[in-house]
Design a binder for this molecule. Structure first.
Ligand code: GLC
Length: 725
């Protein structure tokens, strides 16, 4: 078995070929004639070097759960993994303990299924709500992103397997993702797009980082020495290893030199005839003196120093039976804390014998998560209809069977048509929602007490969403259904609730006044239906807060040039908005959002009292009390925004610098909250150094970025530049 101490000696004895096989993957396992992975469905594997006792290791996706094939040829066992809530929903919990617990469960499934590194967390910033993979990412804010990622990584790695932060960096769209040139200022990079990675690396020491597909200021991230060596290694002291995204970049020798230690999945020539096997290219480059072998040695050591701790190197005898029942409960708890109550005119919670008319095909085709490498293969998914029935809610049976019949007929028809056209069918088309006429809805309204309408959206890797009806906006048929249900149910003085089963924001301004309550259930994984049912009846009191802004309209978002120019085939995207992303833009330039960053209602109310702020030894010490002033037990997310003085450097109106989720507080119960913020965390980057400018700082404590309850101030009496990186 290889030990850390032996690595230098082993590398000194390795042949050039062996070193090249360490830094290049085996190719996509099971494709193009490559041997299948010992864990079918895994995304990549490394080469074994038998004579040194170096085993192969296995890498698999993804952020919402381990993605491996649930079934294997000739094997009657199953290999399901838990489908947890998507990352944006996990971030909506604002609960570090939940992220760590989910990480522990995923880490156990990774280990027990024989995988060494989970290719997660994915943590790119929500620069624009239409990015197809936003569901896989946490937030528009780098601090929340970094804190969530750090907790998640700690959980995963506590099980003795690795996490891999991705995609490093500024991979904020899917359009032309493998070639788009992302032009970003150094300040926007350091304060927004890199900051989350920096926090996660310093707080949780991830085993690996995945460099991103895109170019960054002209150079592929995987070939960008400023990013991978200057920032990552020299400034941040990252001591894991860097792998490419799959088939990323165009020059393996440049990747080696830039500090990208490993090329994944390997064998690029299998998908691109114009390219040579990366192993050959590297060997040739060394022989021709175009690549210093010392660089190769450095990268090999970076890899082996990490992998010696892996289960494979330690010959771990994995069981293939992780405890999926325990993990299902954690998936439920995580989702329960991630639901965001956006509107509630005294409708929810309902009592259990309320008669419910459930509309929307999403009640049956409930979306557990997004598509692509962030997908999952759980044992089951509890749909919203199933969840309500399982919890014995009084769902209108006749209407439910109407929807069931409609969905199965429409899918059968679609499958037949697509089979004729394409041979196979990928059931992804959105079904028309407006198939009930007013008379039918009239009858339904008379025999029920409440209408619940499910609006679903799905997106995924490889394509971005669009600012059009049926995507960012409601489709005409969704609007028509909602208007009819609203008009008819209100005529009979029945209320209307909308459940948003979506992975990232949609437009709500044009229709939210038609309904009495809006519950954002995101894509909550396999337990979605149970979570929704339990929130509706008040078994769960929603405590989620938005990690990303819901803009009033797509025309008001700051990343106006998404996804880049030229419009018909973007080659370059310039982040003109700089640091003014999300609420940093809306708050600074006075643009009203539909629902602001940090927003989320509860079934109870909270009062904030006795805020004290003092600056002691370069630490901002904050204390306050939070009191439950309502009738329901609930949890509150205390958010701390800092408004820095206007001085030499322009700054956003305010920035999130800490947050704290209370324990479950019973009515009239209070909790004393104590928070500490390093003064250095308030610095702005002026292009050369990080500066904490002198002047008066405002500490804004509240229940959302726009629901500030208490304000206090402190003075920084002289200019302190903290650090240059
Ligand atoms: C994909 C994704 C990355 C994933 C990798 C392996 O292209 O960009 O997130 O981990 O390939 O599946």
């Amino acid at each position: 078995m290889v030990t850390l101490e032996e690595i230098d000696e082993i590398v000194s004895k390795m042949t050039l070929e062996e070193k090249a096989r360490i830094v290049v993957g085996v190719g996509i396992p099971g494709m193009f004639g490559n041997p299948r992975s010992r864990v079918p469905g895994a995304a990549g594997e490394t080469h074994p070097i038998e004579r040194f006792g170096i085993p192969s290791t296995v890498f698999a996706d993804g952020p919402a759960g381990l993605r491996i094939n649930p079934k294997r040829e000739g094997d009657e066992k199953t290999y399901h993994a838990t489908a947890f809530p998507v990352a944006t929903m996990l971030a909506s919990t604002w609960n570090r303990e939940i992220l760590e617990e989910v990480g522990r469960c995923m880490g156990e499934e990774v280990k027990e299924y024989g995988v060494d590194i989970l290719l997660a967390p994915a943590m790119n910033i929500h620069r624009n709500p239409l990015c197809g993979r936003n569901f896989e990412y946490y937030s528009e804010d780098p601090f929340l992103t970094g804190e969530m990622a750090a907790a998640f990584v700690k959980g995963i790695q506590s099980k003795g397997v690795g996490a891999c932060l991705k995609h490093f960096a500024a991979n904020n769209q899917e359009t032309n993702r493998t070639n788009i040139d992302t032009i970003v200022s150094e300040r926007a990079l350091k304060e927004i797009y890199l900051k989350g990675f920096e926090i996660a690396i310093k707080k949780s020491k991830p085993w690996a980082i995945m460099s991103a597909y895109n170019k960054l200021n002209g150079k592929y991230c995987s070939q960008n020495e400023w990013l991978l060596t200057k920032v990552l290694r020299e400034d941040w002291r990252f001591d894991g290893f860097v792998m490419t995204d799959w088939f990323a970049g165009d020059n393996p020798v440049e990747q080696m030199k830039a500090g990208n230690d490993m090329i994944m999945p390997g064998k690029v020539h299998q998908i691109n005839r114009k390219r040579r096997d990366e192993i050959e290219e590297i060997i040739t480059a060394v022989k021709e003196g175009k690549l210093d072998e010392k660089i190769l040695d450095r990268n090999v050591k970076n890899i082996l120093k990490v992998l010696v701790n892996s289960p494979s190197f330690n010959k771990y005898n994995y069981s293939n039976i992780p405890d999926l029942n325990i993990h299902a409960k954690v998936a439920y708890e995580a989702g329960a804390e991630g639901v965001v109550l956006l509107k509630n005119n005294k409708v929810l919670p309902i009592n259990k014998d309320t008669r419910i008319a459930l509309f929307g095909t999403g009640q049956i085709e409930t979306i557990k998560g997004g598509t692509g490498s962030g997908d999952t293969h759980p044992r089951y998914v509890v749909s919203i209809l199933e969840g309500m029935k399982e919890r014995n809610l009084k769902v209108d049976e006749e209407l439910a069977s109407t929807y069931s019949k409609y969905v199965s007929e429409m899918r059968k028809k679609e499958y037949k048509e697509k089979k004729e056209m394409f041979g196979e069918s990928n059931l992804t088309s959105r079904l028309p929602q407006d198939f009930l006429n007013e008379d039918e809805i009239e009858k339904i309204a008379k025999r029920n007490d409440l209408a619940v309408v499910v609006i679903s959206r799905i997106s995924g890797e490889g394509y971005d969403r669009e600012p059009k009806k049926g995507d960012f906006y409601l489709s005409d048929d969704e609007s028509s259904l909602l208007k009819k249900v609203s008009q008819i149910f209100h005529k009979y003085e029945r209320k209307v609730v909308v459940i948003l089963n979506i992975g990232s924001p949609i437009e709500v301004t044009s229709w939210r006044d038609l309904v009495d309550s809006i519950l954002l259930a995101w894509q909550a994984g396999q337990e979605t239906g149970r979570i929704v049912a339990d929130v509706i009846v008040g078994k769960i009191n929603p405590s989620g807060k938005l990690p990303t802004t819901f803009p009033r309209d797509y025309s008001e978002i700051p990343s106006w040039n998404f996804p880049g120019e030229p419009k018909d085939n973007p080659q370059k995207v310039t982040y003109d908005e700089g640091i003014y992303v999300g609420y940093r833009y809306y708050d600074t330039f006075g643009v009203e959002p539909a629902y602001e960053f940090g927003f989320g209602l509860s079934y109870t109310t909270f009062e904030y009292k006795n805020l004290e702020v003092k600056l002691v030894n370069e630490k901002v010490k904050i204390s306050l009390e939070v009191l439950n002033t309502g009738e329901f037990p609930g949890k509150e997310v205390v958010q701390v925004y800092i408004r820095a003085p206007k001085a030499k450097i322009d700054k956003p109106f305010q920035e999130l610098k800490e947050f704290y989720k209370t324990r479950l507080l019973n009515p009239n119960e209070k909790e004393k909250v104590e928070i500490e913020i390093d003064l250095k965390a308030l610095a702005s980057y002026n292009g050369e150094v990080w500066l904490v400018e002198k002047g008066e700082y405002e500490v804004r404590v509240g229940s959302s970025s726009r629901d500030i309850r208490l304000i206090n101030r402190f003075i920084v009496d002289d200019e302190k530049w903290r650090y240059t990186s």
